[in-house]
Design a protein around this ligand. Sequence first.
Ligand code: AHR
Length: 836
Amino acid sequence: MENRVNIYTDRVRFPVAEDLYGLFFEDINRAGDGGIYPEMIRNRSFEDSLIPGGCTTDPDQMVYINRGGWPGCFNHGEGMDEWAAKVPYTPVPGWYSENASMTVDTDETLNSKREASLLVNFTEGGRIFNIGYAGMNVEDGASYDLVMFLKTKKDLRLTITLESPAGEVFAEGTVQTGDSGEWSRADLRLTSKGTCRNAWMAITSPSAAEICFGYTSLLPEDTYKGHGLRKDIVEALMATHPKFLRYPGGCIVEGMSIETAMRFSNTIGDPWERPSHNLMWHYRTTNGFGYHEFLQLCEDTGMAPLYVCNVGMSCQARVSELFDEETVDEFLEEALGALEYALGPADSKYGAMRAAAGHPEPFSMKYFEIGNENHGPEYNERYEKFYKALKAKYPDVIYISNTHTEDAGLPTEMADEHYYNAPEFFMENDNRFDSYDRSGPDIFLGEYAVNGGNTIASMECALAESVFLAGVERNQDIVKLTAYAPLLQNSDYTAWRPNLVVFNNHEVYGIPSYHAISLMAANRGKEVIETEVTSPRVPPVYFGVPGIMSAGPGVQFRNARVNGKPVAVSQMVYGGCEEKDGTFTLVSADNPHPMTGKNPVWNETFEKFMKSGFFPGMTAGEDNCWAVFEGEDLEEYTFEIEFCCRPEDQVTLSIWNYHPDTDAGCNEPKDVRWNLRSVRNQIWRIESGKGTLQAPSYMQRGEIPAVELDIDYSGFNTYRIEARHDGYDCFLNGKLVQSKRHTLHDTLYTVATQDEEKVILKLIKVGETADVRITLDCEVEPDYKVQTLSAPLDAVNSFENMENVSVRTRECSGASSDFVFRAEENSVNVLTFKKK
Ligand code: AHR
């Protein structure tokens, strides 16, 4: 079949959505303090070792566990195991001492918002030092501002140095302590006489003394527009042409307990007055990049602010705490307060705080999201309360529901959808929004990323996302906003992969998706016009082995065969399996999962959590059984099995069970074997005499279609799945009963826009290089511009090769109303034609 694109400039579909491409900032991977907020001192508030609010820890304080049983890495406050392993143990994360002793003091704190201070007993010449976020970056000639609160009864001149681990001093200054015994503030500007990427800051006392430090901050003087944020990071973000900024999360909005749920009021005012709290991404933040900084950044860059508030419940993916009515009301007040801070007059309560922070005029607030990834009746009820109250007071703001609340009959202006999935999902869903009800709410694609498959942060991911985004652009009459997630990754503190922008303490680069998004967002046009596309279509390729799962013990099976040949169980993922005379019975068993990279307490807690049956669509309970059969990973095969169960048993046959070895998503424990979250497969679920071919997910809308099955529950029935490239057929006792057809992928995807002078064609070529015939219904100049992102599918960017996958621009000639363009294999292209 010919690769062909017909462009019709006279068939205008709709104007482009002005804010389509934006950013989603969440403090994950230490993206806030030590990231976009360039604090150089790690644990500036000395609170990192405090147990996260609402959680308990094991006796060794390696793991915290929330009230619902969700575990997270703690390591005495160092965070993830990998982070802790890189530094020597210290009871005060980030801080070390020589000839001095350090104690975290929770009684004598700087103010009522601080929960700890650092009590130091220096001997003569003793010192304490902070190693920053994997070292501090000090640059030749650059200045750094120290703000320190301390109290002591001995008047001393402390020496402050920025120095290399080998002791080379790059900057030095002194502060006088005073002897009042009361808290006092010391300020010092340090200017470096050299460059060092792994410097420390040391505080040295000339004589023996007891000093209590309440808060200690070191920030570069040179920041983005002088408003306190790290320049190179903000500039990298701006190169993606973002039109809005979603903030502050993400799951951190919800928190893992009531105590750790986000409150905007904790993120405003002087930094030393902002309470800190643990994020569920395994570290504590002092909220340096707070609400005011968010609004200021939006103002400085022209991005529309999109704030997300907590709706009165903690994270449902981590066993939610539903806050009582009074607390829900408190969170509603927080939401109203946030709006007042942004929009209220300077004489209102929060407007006055904004003015005190240097911004008497209101900021703007275009979008406001009510909750993050919440769902169910508990959410709906809270959403309705928030929506009504917020809309009544601030009617001009566009409110976003974090799910499809219109399905529950609630007023919904815009609904947020999140997609993290394998490349195939994004390819199959390029037309996802074609069928959305145009009388329904607008859509916000609030979080998306290819985070599963054989590669990670690669060209393959960027390609699949671009296909999806082209589909979004063809539907931008309804999809109004999109944001890749997560945004930032401090490479020394990775808790999630992939992330759009990676940085260390002095460098920044974008992954291939960053370059694809920048390319798409830079070339927008004014209105979407119609294109017709033809290209060869190909099926997705799935591979893997078959399996059988039951929600409880007692199911019996026999004669498992692949392509007619008997196959044995290769592993029991959950439960056990007892054999007698060729018949196997699934039984409960205490088969612990050896998790990798984490400690035994975490592993045990997580294993329990995994089997709690909590995850929607995953009905694994304590008694869950899951057998996987031996064999090679096959693409096309027949799997046959006889099993006997009761109507109330839930039995799931699966094909293409596959365990990707990419380390994507949260760095929660990785199971060296398989678990329900990490294995990808396709299923046939049999329960109560019915079969379904899809597992429900929380984003599922409407009913999952089920088919009545004629099962003889008195004995064994034979089930067969014929897996082919184009889908799979399910047979019961030799009779075809259910089928699923895969969506075939196009190999060419396009969207076209235009303005008065230009026609812009976005053309994504999947698979091999091909000649594409392009026709236009108007005359264009022969010279045209081509911008291309193309690389081997597994190509990635890195600190060593930051632009390995990046856009190339060519000036080409030969365009006409009918011409041939050679599209490189696996490429994202933008062709810009000048109208004659
Ligand atoms: O982007 C990372 C996380 O993914 C977000 O916090 C959450 O909203 C989603 O589950």
